[in-house]
Design a protein around this ligand. Sequence first.
Ligand code: BGC
Length: 409
Amino acid sequence: MPLLAKFTQYLMHYFVVHQNKLLSLTQVAIREALSRVQPSNERTEQIMKKSSLFSFSALAAAAALALTGCAAETTTPSSTTAGSSTEESVEATAGRACVILPDADSGTRWEPGDRPALEKALTAAGYEADIQNAQSDTAKYATIGDQQLTKGCGVMLLVDYQGAGVSVAEKAKAQGVPVIAYDRPIAGADYYLSFDNEVVGAMQGQMIIDGLKAAGKDVTTASIIYSSGDPADGNAAMFLNGALSVLEAAGASPAFTMEGTWDGTKAGTLFEQAFTAVSGNVDAVLAPNDNNAASIIAILDKNGLTVPVSGQDASIAGLQNVLLGKQYGTVYKPFTIQAEAGAAMAITILSGGVPETNKTLADGTPFLALDPISVSAEQVKDVVANGDASVEELCTADVAAACEQYGIN
Ligand code: BGC
């Protein structure tokens, strides 16, 4: 990195770190002073808010200063001490965003979708992104967490894997490192950032109802198999609750309820058992994501059945199944929007501010819930237009005709 750019980055991070200390010292001083004159809580709050606002303006000023420095390259002192151990440790703590992804196969999203989106958003925000994958292993998750914290993290963005995020979050917080529960809830995290998972589920339930109606079936008597995600992922219950609220309101009920999982292969095996249990009488399948849906569709295919199946993630395979009429729809949760929201949240926390949230989890964790988008065959072209799927990937031999039909070319 050129010296000036490094200096600029350092300046930003140095400011962020020291500003936090300054902010807390200022806040302590304000509280003490106010307690001596018996202030109302309201007044304290107002002043505290102002001090946060001050920190924001100060950060903006530092950013402007840093940018001015960039523009006036020739006048910048060349004697910066970039590289000294103090600076490096400041960079190590403030400048590193540590991310743990859960697995490489439970959904077609973490490696192909979230990793590049997070890498891009965090780097653009000035962080060094340290993104690791626990590969479906809770022990590995813990080891990664320890290693990242030893190296130093300014902030952690953790996607939980079967509860392993909880102790990493505890350790991070014990070291003063803020934790964002990314996509999946984690008890003890400072913030939770995800899509509105109840709405995701409601969209899935609606797909089943719309699909049954389109097939001329009576929703109240239809034989529907209900399936869900891994119950160890807090999102799974939210998806299911959202779906149930819509299905129950429409008078639908399960002919068979499968055990929850995010393992696509297991979802296939469980569906085979469900299929046998209902003697092959299946009118629709509530599936929690595209990956599970793909295994379920493979078994329906094998049995010569095409029925409405729900999904989630707008993965290539999911979108192809939607185009082929094998899956009624998918829920599109743009990785880029989530990653950028994560980077923005991290910056706000580190600058002493309070990130914007619009919901609260049952345990009190503030939650920023982004808006998911329901996608049926007609909307697949919108995902392509957004750059989250390409014609080349989607329109392979057997899907080419459907691509033409839905204006994807
Ligand atoms: C995510 C889904 C994903 C699933 C399996 C959930 O927590 O929100 O997008 O399909 O995990 O990885």
